[in-house]
Design a protein around this ligand. Structure first.
Ligand code: NAP
Length: 359
C-alpha cells in the first residue's frame, strides 16, 4: 500500500491526542504535522499539551518534540502533508471555512467536527454501513473546483452503537421507529474526572445539540446519492434522550425498536453475527474482525469491561428481549473516542486511501 504523510489539526485536544496515539505505528499513515490554535503554535507538542495529556498510553516519543503549527496557516500545513485529520473546538462557521480552505488547498480533510455533516455533497460515513457515499466526493470536487481536495466526515459519537445495530435489520425487516436513551462518557465533552469534577457521583441530563444529532444524522447515513447530493431517508423515526454519566470512555445506548415485519430474536442475532462491510472486505488495518458482538450474559455489555473490544472499534450488544410497547429492546455500547471519533476517522481515511481518493 502507498504511504501517506498526515497532519492532525487540533492535535493538542482530546480527539487530537487519540489521533496522535493511533498514528504512532500506523502501517500506511505517518504523522508529519501537528497543528492547533495560535496559542499552541511554535511550542513543542509536549509543551503545548502540558498537563492535558489524557490518554492512558504515554505520549509517543516521535511527536514530543514536533513543533506545533498554526492551523490557520493553511498553505503551510497543506504543503507538508497528503491529507489531514481535523478535530477542533471552534465556532461552526469557522470550522466550515477552515475545512473548505484545506480542501481548496488540495489537501483532503477527514473530519470529526459536526460543521459539514449536513453539507449535501459531504459524505458522512460509518465505513461498514455507507461506504458507497464516498462517491459523492466527485461532485463535491466539482463544486469546490479541486482535483484532490475534499471534506469527508464521520458522524456523531452518540449513534455509533445503535445505528450499526439497527442497520443489518433494515432491509429484511423494515425498522419503523426507534427510541434511544444514551449514557455518554465524559471524554465526549473533551473532559477527564480532573477537569470535570462536578460529574463525580452525578448524572447530567443535558448535552447541547446531542439529541438532534442522534435523531437526524442516521437519516443521512441511510440516505442515497441523487444528482450529486446525499438525500436522507425519511424513516425510521428516531427519538433520543442523551445523558452525561460518570464514565471516562464509552457511550452506552438503551434502544427500543419496532419493525414492519417483526423478526424473531434468533433472526436478529443471526443478522448481527453475519454482518460485515467494506472495511472487513478490504481488510483495512483498523477494521474490527467482527463488527457487532452479541453477549448472551444478562449483565453485558458493560462500559468498563467491553468498550475496548477489538481495540475499541467493535460494537457490543446485549439484553435483546421483547418489549411491551415496541417489538424489542436491547442495549449497545461503543467506544466514543475510538470508534466514535479518532478511530472511526482513521478507518474512514483507510477506506478513502484504499479506494484511491487520497492519490
Ligand atoms: N471528544 C469526543 O469524543 C468527540 C467525539 C466526536 C467529535 N468530537 C468533536 O471533535 C472536535 C474536538 O473535540 P475535542 O474533545 O478534542 O476538543 P478539545 O479537547 O477541546 O480540543 C480542541 C482542539 O481545538 C484546537 N483549537 C481551538 N481553537 C482553535 C483555533 N482557533 N484554531 C485552531 N485550533 C483550535 C485546540 O488547540 P489549543 O490546544 O491550541 O487550544 C485543541 O487542539 C469537536 O468539534 C468535537 O465536537 C469530539
Amino acid at each position: 500500500m502507498k504511504q501517506f504523510r498526515v497532519g492532525v489539526v487540533g492535535a493538542t485536544g482530546m480527539v487530537g491526542q487519540r489521533f496522535v496515539s493511533l498514528l504512532e505505528n500506523h502501517p500506511w499513515f505517518h504523522l508529519e504535522v501537528v497543528a492547533a490554535s495560535a496559542r499552541s503554535a511554535g511550542k513543542t507538542y509536549q509543551e503545548a499539551v502540558g498537563s492535558r495529556w489524557a490518554m492512558t498510553n504515554p505520549m509517543p516519543e516521535n511527536v514530543k518534540n514536533m513543533v506545533v503549527l498554526d492551523a490557520s496557516k493553511v498553505e503551510e500545513v497543506a504543503g507538508k502533508v497528503d491529507f489531514i485529520f481535523c478535530a477542533v473546538d471552534m465556532k461552526k462557521e469557522e470550522i466550515r471555512a477552515l475545512e473548505e480552505a484545506y480542501a481548496k488547498a488540495e489537501c483532503p480533510v477527514v473530519s470529526n467536527n459536526s460543521a459539514h455533516r449536513f453539507t449535501p455533497d459531504v459524505p458522512m460515513v460509518i465505513p461498514e454501513i455507507n461506504s458507497d457515499h464516498i462517491q459523492v466526493i466527485h461532485d463535491q470536487r466539482k463544486r469546490l473546483g479541486t482535483k484532490r481536495g475534499f471534506v469527508a466526515v464521520k458522524s456523531n459519537c452518540s449513534l455509533q452503537s445503535y445505528v450499526p445495530a439497527l442497520h443489518p435489520l433494515m432491509a429484511d425487516f423494515g425498522v419503523t421507529k426507534c427510541l434511544v436513551c444514551t449514557y455518554q462518557a465524559i471524554s465526549g465533552a473533551g473532559k477527564t474526572f480532573e477537569t470535570f469534577p462536578e460529574i463525580v457521583d452525578n448524572v447530567i441530563p443535558y448535552i447541547g445539540g446531542e439529541e438532534e444529532k442522534s435523531e437526524q444524522e442516521p437519516l443521512k447515513i441511510w440516505g442515497h446519492i441523487q444528482d450529486g447530493k446525499i438525500v436522507p431517508v425519511t424513516a425510521p423515526s428516531i427519538t433520543a434522550q442523551c445523558l452525561r454519566v460518570p464514565c471516562s470512555d464509552g457511550h452506552m445506548a438503551a434502544v427500543f425498536v419496532s419493525f414492519e415485519k417483526k423478526p424473531s430474536m434468533e433472526q436478529i442475532k443471526e443478522k448481527w453475527a453475519a454482518f460485515s462491510g467494506a472495511p472487513q472486505a478490504l481488510n483495512l488495518p483498523s477494521a474490527p474482525k467482527q463488527f457487532l458482538h452479541y453477549f448472551e450474559e444478562e449483565n453485558r455489555p458493560q462500559t468498563k469491561l467491553d468498550r475496548m473490544l477489538e481495540n475499541g472499534m467493535a460494537v457490543s450488544i446485549g439484553r435483546l428481549r421483547p418489549d411491551t410497547q415496541y417489538d424489542y429492546k436491547f442495549v449497545c455500547l461503543s467506544h466514543n473516542t475510538l470508534r466514535g471519533a479518532a478511530g472511526g476517522a482513521v478507518l474512514l481515511a483507510e477506506l478513502l486511501a484504499a479506494e484511491g481518493y487520497m492519490d
